[in-house]
Design a protein around this ligand. Structure first.
Ligand SMILES: [Ca+2]
Ligand SMILES: [Ca+2]
Length: 358
């Protein structure tokens, strides 16, 4: 996990962004609507648009739908918007192609927020689960201003692995409403399984397709806020002028404004997308269920794709507080092994509908 992890990893007002989002997708169950709409002529069913689970996680009901997944944008085109990158960096984004039609055939509940530190703590306390960074004794990663990346054989941008660091301590301050980090894909699966057993419903990580469908919320642009990276200001915690204070050499890659946070932000600090989901761009990378397949899009089924049948790496999506805007695009894909824990990577859960909720 070398520099790419860190690399990948003026404000429109929040009210204005929300208003525009609502106008764009007025029929969707967000924007203050708390019940899903029934088809015309049909009786109103009991289908709440938002629910709260036993750990206090909020979920938003997303409808089934079709969207165009991925991106066919070529390096030469991207170079206009991301001029500080070399052509090789932009050509490395070929796994986003081909852009292809995907149908999500079933409605589902998507976590409105990334899983927070407090929610993860409750999971640990109630289940007795030992997170992988503690169980294997190797710890996690952390921010240490005195750390010199050139001292790392792997070129790690953060200090680690080190037993000083875990989900409890990524080396920077996190309140309970910040997204939990230093959690592995395996930790996410364990949380989902425990919650499912406890509540009698299926929790899981979203598929890569479900994640991008949820992120885009009807948009076909680079971000769910538009094509211009400056549109992310007010909608995402990313590498901005605040974060770049700690990494001055990354200043050219920073958003041209202030999001107000050097590291993670409390979840829900910025404007939601048109589905009513927060922090799909930035704050922390989010594990998804799929194995990573570089060429998978060329062969993926149209309906409910779930990724290759086997692999060595799992996909993470959305960029993080340390990511430049290029790597926070809706179509961008990155990956790590299932036991990877890092200061930039967290999770968001999906809850399937249960009988009677369809
Ligand atoms: Ca920031
Ligand atoms: Ca995120």
């Amino acid at each position: 996990m070398a520099w790419r992890s860190l690399l990948t990893s003026s404000m429109a007002t929040r009210a204005k962004a929300q208003r525009l989002a609502c106008l764009a997708l007025a029929a969707l169950p967000a924007c203050g609507v708390h019940r899903a709409n029934s088809p015309p002529g049909q009786p109103q069913e009991h289908r709440p648009a938002t629910i709260v689970n036993s750990l206090g996680m909020k979920f938003v009901r997303l409808p089934a739908g079709e969207f165009m997944m991925g991106s066919d944008e070529r390096a030469q085109s991207l170079a206009h918007g991301y001029s500080h990158y070399g052509l090789a960096d932009l050509q490395a984004l070929g796994d986003e192609a081909p852009r292809h039609a995907v149908r999500i055939t079933r409605a589902f509940y998507m976590g409105q927020h990334e899983v927070t530190v407090d929610q993860f703590r409750l999971f640990i306390e109630r289940s007795g689960y030992v997170p992988e960074s503690l169980a294997d004794g190797t710890g996690g990663y952390g921010y240490n201003p005195a750390y010199d990346p050139t001292s790392s054989a792997r070129g790690d941008a953060f200090e680690g692995r080190d037993s000083r660091y875990s989900w409890r301590n990524p080396g920077f301050p996190q309140a309970g409403d910040h997204p939990v980090v230093n959690v592995t894909w395996n930790d996410a699966i364990a949380l989902a399984a425990w919650l499912g057993e406890r509540e009698g419903v299926v929790y899981r990580l979203p598929s890569e397709a479900e994640w991008e469908y949820a992120c885009r919320a009807g948009t076909a642009t680079r971000y769910n806020t538009g094509d211009d990276l400056a549109s992310l200001l007010g909608s995402a915690a990313l590498l901005d002028l605040d974060t770049a204070q700690r990494w001055p050499w990354r200043l050219p890659f920073a958003l041209p404004g202030h999001d107000g946070y050097v590291f993670t932000a409390p979840v829900g600090s910025f404007a939601p997308n048109a589905f009513g989901l927060f922090d799909m761009h930035g704050n922390v990378w989010e594990w998804v269920a799929d194995w990573y397949g570089e060429h998978y899009y060329a062969e993926a089924p149209r309906d409910d794709p779930t990724g290759p049948g086997a692999g060595k790496l799992h996909v993470r999506r959305g960029g993080s507080w340390a990511s430049s805007a290029l790597y926070a695009r809706s179509a961008y894909r990155n990956w790590n092994t299932a036991e990877t824990r890092y200061t930039l990577v967290g999770m968001r859960l999906l809850r399937e509908l249960k009988p009677g909720e369809e």
